[in-house]
Structure formats: C-alpha cells, structure tokens
Design a protein around this ligand. Structure first.
Ligand code: HDD
Length: 715
C-alpha cells in the first residue's frame, strides 16, 4: 500500500492543523461542568442552610475538587524543567546518497517540529541557570512518522553504559536523606561517584565550562551525542553524528552572574525563549552531520560507539544540511511542553541505531518512563505526541484510549478485515532494521576500545582559550569546595592531574590540598566483581591536539551578531533625549533592544522637556538580566552618581565583563577611578548623541563579553 499522504506541499503547518482539533476557547461561553451542565454559582458550595455543613450531594464542588486533586503528574525523573516551542525544519541539500528518510531527501518539504530544552538535575520549579547539561530534544513530525532527536547541548556523556545511568542520576540528584541541594552538582554524592568514574572526565570538562551556564537557550549548540546510522535506498549504511549550530552563536554567562540570575529571575531562559518568539525573533539552528563510511568504523583512535568521545570536526567536517526555525510558542504548557514524550527509539526509515551501549539502554528507558509519567500506553494519542502520518495497528484499549477503531478485527493476519492493516514492503516505506552481521559471545563486559578516558578530556581542555581554562578551574574549585569529604576532593585532584597538571594544581590550591603524586585507582570501574583490575584506564594519543570548534571563544563559526541582545539604559529625570534616541536607533538597527531604566516607572522628562516612557525601575532591574549597559548624556544623569542601586548595577556589569558605554555627563557616573579600571570594554565619549560611539559599542558587543577584564579584576 502506498502511503496515501505522500508529500506534495511543504507541510510546515500540518502539525498546527492537527492540534486545532483539540484546542478549546471559552470566549463568550457559559461555564459548565465536565458533563456540559451550565454552572450557576461558582462561588458557594451547597450547604444545609447558609451557615450549615456542606452536602456530599454537591456534584459541582466534588467534580471541581477531584479534578484539582489530580492535576499533577509525576515530573520527569531527569530533565524535569523544560521550555519548548513549535517550528519547522527545512532541508538545504538532499541527503539521498546517505539516507532514504524522506524529510532528509526532499527539499520542498518543511517538516513541523516541537523542540523542548531542559536542565537535567533540577525539579520542575528549579532555576534555569543551574550549572548543568541542557537537554535539546527535537520531535520531527515527518510524513513517515515521528522522528525524535533527543540530544544535549554537549556532544559527549558522563558514562559509557546505560547500566550506570540510575547511579549517575542518583548521585547528582539532591541527597536522599535531606533532599539537598536542589539543581546543583556541587555536593558530595555527585563528586563521590564522578571521582570513581574516570570515564566521566571528558564530560566533566564540558560541564565545568561555560557551556553549562548558557546565556540563552537560543545560544546553545545541540548534539545527538551517539553515533547513529543513515541507511540509503540500497540499504547501505553510514555512521552519522548530528549537530545543531545556533545562528546567534554559542554564549555563556559568568558563574557569579548565573547564581545572581537564579535569584533575580529563575525563569530567565524560559522567559527569554518565550519573549524572543513572541516578539518575532525566531531562533534558528542549522543542522549539521558528520558522516563516516561503514568501512571507516575502526579508523579512529577512539571507538565510535563510545558516547564519552566526539569526532573532532577537524577530522570529519560538519556538513550543514538544513535549518530549524522556532516560530510559535505553545498554547498551553501542560498540554504541550509537559506532556510531550520524546524517545531516541522514535526513528523513521533511513535512520537507525548504532550499538552504543548507552543508546541501546535508552531505547528501553523512554517508553517505560512515559508509562509512569503519562500513565498509559496511549500516550502517543496525546495531541502533541500524535503523528501526522496515518497510524493504524492492532494495539487496542488501555487507559484513556481516544481512538474508536471500527470493525471486529484487531489481529493480524486476518481475513475478516480484508487483511488490514497491511504490512508495508520496504519500497512502500516499511521500516526494516539494518541487517548488521553480529557473531559474538553473550558477554557482560566493556570493550577494551572504551578504556581511554583522558585523551579527549585533554583535547577539550587544551582547545580552550586561557580565559575558558580559567573558568573551568574556577568551576571545579567551586564545586569541589562544596564537597565536604576530603578524600573525594583528593581523588578528584588525582583524576584532574591526568588531564592537566596546572589545572589540578590550581584547583588543589583553592582547596588547600596537595595533588596526589599517584592518583588513586578506582575500584570496580567498568568491570564486574570477578574482573577487578582487568581493565585499567589508559590514554591513547589523539591524532589532533587542538580543536577550535570545541572552544566557544575560538569557534570558527562564531557569530558576531548582537541581535536580540538587551541593553540597559541607565536614565534619570533630565536625561538627554537625543543621546537615548541615537544609541537606541543604532541598537535597533543591529537587532538589539534598549531598555529604559529610571528611578520610577511611568515617564521621565528629558532635559529637552520630552516625556520618555520608562520600561523598568532600579528596584526591578538588575545588571545580570542585561547584556550591556549604556549611560546617556544629560544634566539630570549626574543624580545617578549617588544612587546605590546604580553603583551596584555598574559594578556587577563590570565584574561580569560586560561592555559599558557612556557619553556626555554619563561618563561621570562611572566610578572609574575607585572601582572600575578603564579598559577596552568601557567605551566613552564626551559628545552627546555620538554615532561613532554607538558604532564601536555595537562592534564590541558582538564579542559578547570583554573576558580579558577578569585578569585585572583578579589582581
Ligand atoms: Fe535521557 C529524558 C537526553 C541518556 C533515560 N534524556 C531525556 C531528555 C533528554 C535526554 C534531552 C528530555 C526529553 C524531554 O524533553 O522530554 N539522555 C539524553 C542524552 C543521553 C541520555 C543526550 C545520553 C547521550 N537517558 C539517558 C540514559 C537513560 C536515559 C542512558 C536511561 C537508560 N532520559 C531518560 C528517561 C527520560 C530522559 C528517564 C526522562 C523523561 C523522559 O525520558 O521522557 O527515560
């Protein structure tokens, strides 16, 4: 049977049309019970007399309270906190040579997507700015069924085998006796586990880098992590790694800033994504693939099946094949963001798995978790999870089944139903697994090729700029400083010394500990009880020693745009309106937003007598919620010199290495002699409405931060 819905148009709106069936709108409608009975009084329960006891008979009260009591579902065991959006994926060039997946073959198709970003460790209500990995899950509603790419913003993982996943998560989650700390890895159980798991060292380098504290969900890379397979029409396989490259570049915040953002606005990322989409600034990522012919499987010094390894882009370039645009916020958080169910096992013909043991375990876990989280095997019928491809099979019944299958047949083969639904031949789009030859013993063992735990950790560390290396050292000093057990700290220093001696020494100094001369041997790492000592971690020299793509500051694809950046304008009564106007216009032109901050909300009057609407007061605004600062000219601006909130604002911006511009009297507001040292990140002009200042400010902001300032601050 040919698929009756073969693509003929771009399909980008198909999922939205599908969701329309389930949307409701109460405009101009009466309030009713769930049974459709109109409600006359939604304020008082039914009582025996106006002061009397309530009556059990009150079906309206009972229904309302019962439903409320059951509103919560279990949050995800990991990735509980998420933010999501709708959009579409568009292909630049056909991948027909490698995969038969129609959405990667046909350039005229726009495939609808739903994307959910998440933190991993924290609960649903935790802060966005925790130091953590970010989930990056994409559901492609393809014409051949749903394809889920369930990845992270880091290309490797902590562990090599799914068997260790519950241990990893138990270690990082709040400790079981007192349920602390929330959304933080800086505690004993996490580092106890990590210090005994040398395979986690590469991932630890990533998590201690600024990748773990993104400026925005829109400014993160995404990775499929595992090696997958592309299968073409001739049933030939190529290995593939997936990358998402953000158009806005990859940027992080400072750690001190991240902690302050968590206090000022714990929804910082969620709000940023929502407002960008709401304001028409649709975030975009390009999809890249690294393709490795089947014959090259063993040509690398690491194992392609080992999820703690990446393939340096210098060895296998990332080929950009399409782009994803997120252009619509969800209508309802629970119905969409909370109920969406991703699964790395949701694949379409043309995409298949590798034997990565972490991936193989995931293939079991995701359906299983939805069963307890969403409560029924019918979670595929929830509107956000429903495929736009035709769906027919003989599965039936179960809690909350929505579909009403007609007829008497729910088995195969059958003659009573004319044999329907049919099996699909491969050339009719039927999925058939890649027929990989396996000839092996049944064995519970880790491959020898997985035992190099340090060389890519080194590669990552060595590829960073000294600024980024310092951030990694500071992050480790912070995290291990929160660990109370000295033996764990020492064990970690032993592991770090195998990555970089200076790094270990620096962290050791912060912890007041000596780096052990001989690192402690981990017990039971990667082997069973009878195999102790069988597999020693070893190091294999990598064919490249530096990869710029791994550094956020050196990355060759770095974007210098300041689009959607928020710039704080520190204002007061008597500000110069022309100064504001000139800078604001230039920023707008570059796609950035000026936010007017003043001592009070409402309006302020400029020295020219013009009314200027105020966006935020100093009481509400905080430097950490902005990308850069401008202090305009105007006599009235001098009143800011004595304001504590303004001084704090400027100092924080300075310490977080933000670009600061000031002109006219605004320059005098900068505490330049006492607290701030003039550097190339502070731009000033004596003129008012100085276009040249605006131009250099915009150019400077394109670098995101003036991180070089840290060296001066630390002195
Ligand atoms: Fe996982 C959720 C990503 C390993 C078991 N995982 C989950 C989500 C992401 C990832 C992004 C959130 C999905 C959403 O937004 O709803 N997980 C990864 C990556 C991994 C990984 C990139 C390694 C490369 N995960 C992993 C392993 C297991 C799981 C090894 C278990 C054996 N993951 C789960 C889960 C979750 C989940 C328990 C919780 C909620 C859900 O699945 O739907 O099944």
């Amino acid at each position: 049977m040919k698929n009756s819905k073969k693509p003929s148009q771009d399909h980008a709106d198909e999922k939205q049309r599908d969701l329309e069936f389930n949307k409701s709108n109460a405009d101009n409608q009466f309030m009713t019970t769930n049974q459709g009975v109109k409600i006359n009084d939604n304020n008082n329960s039914l009582k025996a007399g106006e002061r009397g006891p309530s009556l059990l008979e009150d079906f309206i009260l009972r229904e309302k309270i019962t439903h409320f009591d059951h509103e919560r579902i279990p949050e995800r065991i990991v990735h509980a906190r998420g933010s999501a959006a709708h959009g579409y994926f568009e292909l630049y060039e056909s991948m027909e040579k490698y995969t038969k997946a129609e959405f990667l073959n046909n350039k005229s198709i726009k495939t609808p997507v739903f994307v959910r970003f998440s933190t991993v460790a924290g609960s649903r209500g935790s802060t966005d700015l925790a130091r953590d990995v970010r989930g990056f899950s994409v559901k492609f509603y393809t014409q051949e069924g749903n394809y889920d790419l369930v990845g992270n913003n880091m290309p490797v993982f902590f562990i090599q085998d799914a068997m260790k996943f519950p241990d990893l998560i138990h270690a990082v989650k709040p400790e079981p006796h007192h349920e602390m700390p929330q959304a933080a890895s800086a505690h004993d159980t996490f580092w106890d586990f990590i210090s005994l798991m040398p395979e986690s060292m590469h991932m630890i380098m990533w998590v201690m880098s600024d990748r773990a504290i993104p400026r925005s969900l829109r400014m993160m890379e995404g990775f499929g992590v595992h090696t997958f397979r592309f299968i073409n029409k001739n049933n030939e396989s190529h290995f593939v790694k997936f990358h998402w490259k953000p158009k806005l570049g990859t940027h992080g915040v400072a750690w001190d800033e991240a902690q302050k953002i968590s206090g000022k606005n714990s929804d910082f990322h969620k709000q940023d994504l929502w407002e960008a989409i709401d304001g028409g600034n649709f975030p975009e990522w390009e999809l890249g693939v690294q393709i490795i012919p089947e014959a090259d499987e063993h040509k690398f010094e690491f194992d392609l099946l080992d999820p703690t390894k990446l393939i340096p882009e210098e060895l296998v370039p990332v080929q950009i094949i399409g782009k994803m645009v997120l252009n619509k916020n969800p209508d309802n958080f629970f119905a969409e963001t909370e109920q969406v169910a991703f699964h790395p096992g949701h694949v379409v013909p043309g995409i298949d798995f590798s034997n990565d043991p972490l991936l193989q375990g995931r293939l079991f876990s995701y359906t299983d978790t939805q069963l307890s989280r969403l409560g029924s095997p019918n979670f595929h019928e929830i509107p956000i999870n429903r495929t736009v491809a035709p769906m027919h099979n003989n599965q039936r019944d179960g809690h909350m089944r929505q579909e009403i299958p007609t007829g008497r047949v729910s088995y195969h083969p059958n003659s009573l139903g004319g044999g329907c639904p049919f099996q699909a031949k491969i050339d009719e789009g039927g999925f058939s697994s890649f027929n990989e030859r396996i000839d092996a013993h049944k064995i519970r063992e880790r491959s020898e090729s997985f035992s190099d735990h340090f060389s890519q950790a080194k590669l990552f560390y060595n590829s960073q700029t000294s600024i980024e290396q310092n951030h990694i050292g500071d992050a480790l000093s912070f995290e291990l400083g929160k660990v109370e057990t000295i033996a764990i700290r020492t064990r970690m220093l032993g592991l770090l010394s195998q990555i970089d001696k200076n790094l270990a020494a620096k962290v050791g100094k912060a912890l007041g500990l000596n780096v052990p001369a001989t690192p402690e041997k981990p017990i039971n790492h990667g082997v069973g009880a009878d195999d102790e000592g069988k597999q020693e971690p070893k190091e294999i020299k990598q064919s490249i020693e530096n990869s710029d793509a791994l550094s956020m500051l050196k990355n060759p694809t770095i974007s210098n745009t300041i689009a959607t950046r928020q710039v704080a304008f520190l204002c007061a009564e008597g500000v110069n309106a022309n100064s504001i106007k000139t800078m604001k216009a230039a920023l707008k032109e570059a796609g950035a937003k000026a936010v007017i901050i003043a001592p009070h909300l409402g309006t302020i009057v400029s020295e020219e007598g013009l009314e200027i609407p105020v966006d935020q007061s100093y009481l509400i605004a905080a430097s950490v919620l902005f990308d850069a600062v401008f202090i305009p000219a105007g006599k009235g601006i001098l009143t800011l010199k004595n304001k504590k909130e303004v001084a704090e604002f400027i100092k924080d911006s300075y310490h977080h290495c933000k670009f600061i511009a000031a002109e006219g009297q605004g320059v005098q507001v900068l505490p330049l002699k006492d607290d701030l040292h003039k550097d190339a990140g502070i731009l000033t002009s004596e003129k008012t409405g100085d276009k040249a200042l605006a131009t250099s400010f915009i150019k400077a902001m394109g670098r995101h931060r003036f991180w070089e300032r840290e060296a001066i601050i630390k002195q």
